[in-house]
Design a protein around this ligand. Structure first.
Ligand SMILES: [Zn+2]
Length: 71
């Protein structure tokens, strides 16, 4: 297996409708979750994650900067 998550993902901003990029965060070295975040030109802050379903839900539900991953 040589799966590597994309470093950058592109989304459509829900606020202004333009495309924006989110960047892979290095907060977690584990394979359960790959968290992304980015800020649109309009100021919209977007978080996204791929990986294990519950880890992703935890990440997206956590207040900014207060997310930690527990095994
Ligand atoms: Zn925007």
């Amino acid at each position: 297996m040589s799966y590597k998550p994309a470093r950058i993902l592109t989304f459509k901003c829900p606020q202004c409708g333009k495309s924006m990029q989110v960047f892979l965060q290095k907060v977690s070295a584990c394979s359960h979750i790959q968290p992304y975040q980015g800020i649109c030109q309009c100021g919209y802050f977007m978080r996204h994650a791929t990986g294990q379903k519950d880890a992703v839900a935890d990440y997206l539900a956590a207040p900014d900067g207060q997310w930690t991953h527990h095994h």
